[in-house]
Design a protein around this ligand. Structure first.
Ligand SMILES: [Zn+2]
Length: 130
């Protein structure tokens, strides 16, 4: 896994989807590493406890649970059913945000949060059009 992350080209701005969002200031190609998702690595048990406390900043993938509430960027990423980013496992330390498709400069970065409740009240463009 290379270390060429694009984190320095990200900006947090007001989002058309919800609150603040994470935006790219440059063009990103599909498959590029955008950001290493770091934070407090927690157990599944602790994850369930914190989620029921209303912490919405937890990322998980297989066996990795990361509480990103102390970060300044990744915690602002919004859900979109027509997402442009994906979260994959990093062998050693947690998770990586990658580009799922080509992303234009100025575009908001989004992922599929992947839990049931998000789809019920989703405000994203693809849901609004249905
Ligand atoms: Zn949606």
């Amino acid at each position: 896994m290379n270390d060429n992350y694009l984190e320095k080209y990200l900006a947090v701005k007001e989002s058309g989807i919800h609150g603040k969002g994470l935006f790219s200031t440059i063009e990103i190609s599909a498959g590029d590493n955008i950001l290493a998702i770091k934070g407090e690595v927690i157990s599944e048990e602790e994850c369930i406890k914190r989620e029921s406390d209303g912490n919405v900043y937890i990322f998980w993938n297989e066996d990795s649970y990361i509480d990103t509430s102390m970060t300044t960027d990744i915690k602002y990423i919004n859900h979109n059913c027509d997402f442009n980013c994906d979260v994959i496992d990093n062998d050693e330390s947690g998770l990586i945000l990658i580009a799922y498709r080509d992303i234009k400069a100025g575009e908001e970065l989004t992922i599929d949060y992947g839990y049931e409740e998000i789809y019920e009240h989703c405000q994203c463009k693809s849901c609004a059009e249905v």
